[in-house]
Ligand binder design. Structure first.
Ligand code: ADP
Ligand code: ASP
Ligand code: MG
Length: 417
């Protein structure tokens, strides 16, 4: 008998019929003799709808109240799922994040889990119950309700699996597993049997929404056996593990893209020591994460440089730069949106020269110019104009030999986005 954590995302529980199907999956696992802890997200688009509702009343609500509001979505799900299991003749108990012992930093909207005290989960399991825990939420030491960032239910599931020493954490979603790229964008994307934690971590950070980056971080650090699979079919999913086999002749495991990018350029900066420290120090003090940084050559003692931030931080970043004019002399700061960061990821690329060149060539053949580049041992990212994104991703997919002739099966609804 094993202890298994099963996580179901919003689209898997979006309607009463789907809720019943999920309840059936949980009962099926219980009947196989396993002890089951379930993590569930808010139904369908509930979280987005709650955000829209809040904006009607206050476009800039206090973060504490926002967390109080958004956590209600998951609370609805756990209660409804638990009562559905009862209706189907089995036993279940729903728990909020704090009831399940999930403690977080005292930060709203993107708190990290600091500790899990799972006594209550074990008690409920001993009573023969499936334990249904609300994803995406926790409580700080001072008793405030917090959330873990969009998509954070994955993190709840993996962190719980680590804390209760589960044999496996299954992430059930609306596609069959992890694909070489988003199968809703590239129809010939291939389903991966396995992927390494490091590659998945890069893909998740670079925009592949199928797993929350912190969930992968947790799984890696705690060696959690993680499987992503469909809640709509019984097909085998994708295992995320320490080492994953790469097919002969393939160097790129996957392609991700992220539209949440803005580029800020500071032009005519006086090239004296300490300038970069001032600019990026001020951005960091204001909690603005900077991604790719590019500095151009110096002419007449003046340099230009550009960097990317997330789209939501664009205005704040410009305001911070305006605020340091007394310390840093420059001519002008500008910003650009309608961009996307496209990335290729693969553990094998470090020992394969020419991988980046293939990417640049594939992008240029479509007539798209590359604005910024960044590389690491296992990835290359390019910032380009947002259109024609799908064409670029498809071209890269083909260029790296990733296209499959089998029709990529997408288990869930096609009408999501
Ligand atoms: P859930 O509600 O179950 O958490 P998400 O929408 O967060 O589901 O994640 C699943 C979605 O991730 C899929 O519908 C798919 O469009 C998208 N996705 C992006 N990249 C990938 C990828 N490489 N493999 C599979 N799905 C991906
Ligand atoms: N409901 C939250 C969201 O939509 C958390 C999650 O689904 O993982 O982001
Ligand atoms: Mg998700």
């Amino acid at each position: 008998m094993s202890l298994i954590v099963m996580k179901f995302g919003g689209s898997s529980v979006g309607t009463p019929e789907r809720m019943q199907r999920v309840a059936g999956r949980i009962i099926e696992r219980k009947q196989q003799g396993h002890s089951i802890v379930v993590v569930v997200s808010a139904m369908g688009d509930t979280t987005d709808e709650l955000i829209d509702q809040s904006k009607l009343l206050n476009p800039n609500p206090p973060a504490r109240e926002m967390d109080m509001l958004l956590t209600t979505g998951e609370q609805i799900s756990v209660a409804l799922l638990s009562m559905t299991i009862h209706q189907l003749g089995d036993r279940a108990v729903s728990l909020t994040g704090w009831q399940a012992g999930i403690r977080t930093e005292a930060v709203h909207s993107k708190a990290r889990i600091t500790d899990i005290r799972p006594e209550r989960i074990f008690e409920a399991l001993e009573g023969g119950n499936a334990v249904i825990v609300a994803g995406f939420q926790g409580m700080s030491e001072d008793g405030e309700i917090t959330t873990l960032g969009r998509g954070g239910s994955d993190t709840t599931a993996v962190a719980l699996a680590a804390a209760i020493n589960a044999d496996m954490c299954e992430i059930y979603t609306d596609v069959d597993g992890i694909y070489s790229t988003d199968p809703r964008v590239v129809k010939v994307a291939r389903k991966l049997d396995e992927i390494s934690y490091d590659e998945m971590l890069e893909l998740a950070h670079l925009g592949a929404a199928v797993l929350h980056p912190r969930a992968v971080e947790y799984a890696k650090h705690n060696n959690v056996k993680l499987v992503v699979r469909s809640s709509f079919t019984h097909n085998e999913g994708t295992s995320v593990k320490e080492e994953a086999v790469m097919e002969q002749g393939i160097v790129v495991r996957g392609i991700a893209f992220d539209k949440n990018v803005a580029r800020i350029s500071i032009l005519g900066v006086e090239d004296v020591p300490g300038v970069l420290a001032h600019v990026f120090g001020a951005l960091a003090e204001n909690g603005i994460d900077v991604d790719i940084i590019v500095q151009s050559g110096v002419q007449n003692g003046k340099a230009d440089f550009s960097f990317t931030v997330s789209l939501d931080d664009r205005e704040r970043a410009l305001a911070v730069i305006e605020g340091i004019r007394s310390k840093v002399s420059y001519l002008e700061a500008t910003s650009e949106a309608d961009l996307v960061k496209v990335s290729i990821v693969g553990a094998g690329m470090v020992s394969n020269p020419g991988v980046a060149a293939t990417m640049f060539e594939a992008i240029s053949k479509i007539g798209v110019s590359i604005k910024m580049v960044s590389t690491s041992e296992i990835k290359v990212s390019c910032v380009i104009a947002a259109e024609p994104l799908h064409e670029v991703v498809r071209a890269l997919h083909t260029a790296y030999g990733l296209d499959t002739t089998e029709q990529a099966f997408v288990g869930g609804p096609q009408d999501r986005r």
